[in-house]
Design a protein around this ligand. Structure first.
Ligand code: FAD
Length: 509
């Protein structure tokens, strides 16, 4: 462990520095109000404090979490270009360590988008082929964001609107989706919305991009990627309902601390300076930015580290819940618990395979894209099954609970709790706490949002499967299948000397 402060100089970003930066005057709309100092608002303060704790953890575990950029300055490992396998392993373990700090409930911790930008830098030639100026802008931005260890969120999906039409075909509302209004000497003026920025109230800046399909000629104005501070004039953050506001740590132990928020982000004639513009006017480049570089693989390796931590948490929660209700040794219950443990270890195994079976591209060691896409698709289907299993095990125990911690301060209500929350392996109070935790994880608004998050944050399931389909080595698999046909009449090709020769029997795996 390295000391965070050497000779009184901060060598890395601390929680305190993060807290000082976050109230930057950004416009956050919630509950009918527009806030310009949001960090201490009850909707956001719990999550803001959790992020500050992440930076403090990094500052007090520099060897594990950070690398030396220049001289004394240390920044998070997510910013390190993985030129050696140990660096890929180091960044993955740092993500896992951070994920454990939030028990897996902060999806968009600062290492996620930092990893995306790092993955763009490992394939900077993709940007150079698009435009040398845009590539230079990305390089300069990366250097600056990395030096400051910035916390970025991203908005890379367009608002749904009418999904049967592309943004340019919404002719009655061309700026429903964020697009370019005009060019100026200073940059481009943009207007319109992006669907969601998770952690937009927590991050310093936003990276904007497009994952949705765009049509050349029709959608050129929407084909752009840039990064801006979230307090840029004209940016407005329209928060969803808070799941933390009015919640306390006893009744809602997760919501109160880890509601990272999601918000629609609207741009009202916002200037994007040329030096902040990374993709411009090229519809195909928008997806290449993520899929033709290591952006997607590095950012979602972080996601898998986080999911690994979260599933271990949920498996432990399920085990303790069944001990409390006295069913943990029933064979049928052990089967459900065994399946949960199995799925958790499967996700952990997939995470390990990503970092232990990498590929080398451009001299950088990165996870294999086809494995990453498979992990996304599998993770999307595992999580709903997990929640269903938890609900099955919980029964009504997660509902038969006092309304609020205040009930415990009312002597009559407390007596009722003590008489009714019986368990052979926990006090009534412990039982109530554990059941409230379980409900927060699986059934509260917060828990329910997490189900939606795990199903959609990496895109809809059909898209994840389409990506796997496009990356899978069908020829090798077909050749293997056909090798079983050696002795059949159709594939048995007689040679001149009358001996047989199998068609397509060489398998490269
Ligand atoms: C909690 C949460 C947090 C998020 N955070 C972020 C964030 O921080 N940044 C960000 O950029 N995005 C974020 N997103 C958005 C996320 O990336 C999108 O939800 C995801 O890409 C799916 O897009 P969509 O919601 O527009 O769904 P759609 O594309 O509209 O799809 C919804 C459903 O419609 C059907 N469907 C749609 N199109 C087709 C088709 N062509 N063929 C067949 N079926 C189809 C499918 O059933 C699909 O599941 C977040 C989403 C959630 C739920």
């Amino acid at each position: 462990m390295t000391a965070p402060h050497a000779a009184g100089v901060s060598t890395t970003r601390t929680g305190q520095q993060y807290l000082q930066a976050i109230d930057d005057g950004r416009a956050v709309f919630i509950n009918g109000q527009c806030l310009t100092r949001h960090s201490q608002h009850p909707a956001f303060s719990g999550a803001v404090a959790s992020v500050a704790r992440l930076y403090d953890y990094q500052a007090s575990h520099l060897d594990e979490m950070a690398f030396a950029l220049d001289g004394e300055r240390h920044v998070g490992k997510a910013w390190e270009l993985p030129a050696r396998h140990e660096q890929l392993l180091g960044r993955a373990h740092a993500s896992l360590a951070w994920a454990r700090q939030s028990l897996g409930w902060l999806g968009r911790s600062p290492d996620h988008v930092a990893a995306a930008l790092t993955g763009m830098m490992t394939h900077i030639e993709v940007f150079e082929a698009h435009s040398p100026e845009r590539a230079a802008a990305l390089k300069a931005y990366f250097d600056d964001a990395r030096r400051r260890d910035l916390y970025l969120t991203y908005t890379i999906v367009n608002p749904q609107g009418d999904r049967s039409r592309s943004p340019g075909e919404h002719t009655d509302n061309l700026y429903h989706t964020l697009g370019v209004v005009k060019e100026t000497d200073a940059g481009v003026i943009v207007k319109g919305a992006k669907m969601l920025g998770t952690a937009a109230v927590l991050a310093d800046e936003v990276l904007v991009g497009v994952q949705n399909p765009l049509k050349p000629g029709v959608d050129d104005r929407y084909a752009l990627s840039f990064a801006l501070p979230l307090n840029t004039p004209g940016i407005r953050i329209l928060s969803r309902a808070s799941y933390a506001e009015g919640k306390n740590a006893f009744d809602h132990p997760l919501s109160s601390r880890f509601d990272e928020n999601d918000a629609l982000i609207h741009f009202d004639n916002v200037l994007v300076p040329w030096e902040r513009l990374f993709v411009y006017g090229d519809t195909a480049m928008c997806r290449r930015q993520f899929h033709g570089t290591a952006a997607e693989v590095l950012m979602d390796t972080q996601s898998l580290a986080r999911l690994t931590a979260k599933l271990h948490f949920l498996t432990g929660l399920a085990q303790r819940m069944t001990e409390i209700t006295g069913v943990s040794d029933f064979p049928a219950v052990r089967e459900i618990l065994g399946e949960m443990a199995c799925n958790t270890l499967m996700i952990e195994g997939l995470f390990k395979s990503l970092i232990h079976c990498p590929v080398t591209q451009n001299g950088y060691v990165v996870p294999d894209k086809k494995h990453l896409y498979m992990c996304q698709a599998v993770a999307q289907s595992v999580y709903p099954k997990f929640i269903e299993a938890l609900r099955k095990l919980a029964g009504g125990g997660v509902i038969m609970l006092p309304s609020h911690v205040d009930d415990l301060h009312n002597p009559e209500a407390r007596l009722l709790v003590e008489q009714t929350q019986y368990s052979s392996s926990a006090t009534p109070l412990e039982r109530v706490q554990l059941m409230k935790l379980a409900w927060d994880a699986m059934g509260s608004e917060f828990g329910s949002r997490h189900l939606q998050y795990e199903m959609f944050y990496s895109g809809p399931h059909f898209v994840a499967l389409a990506r796997v389909h496009s990356e899978y080595d069908w020829e090798a698999a077909k050749a293997m299948a056909c090798s079983a046909l050696v002795e059949t009449a159709e594939s048995y090709c007689p040679t001149a000397d009358g001996a047989g020769q199998a068609a397509g029997s060489s398998v490269s795996w």
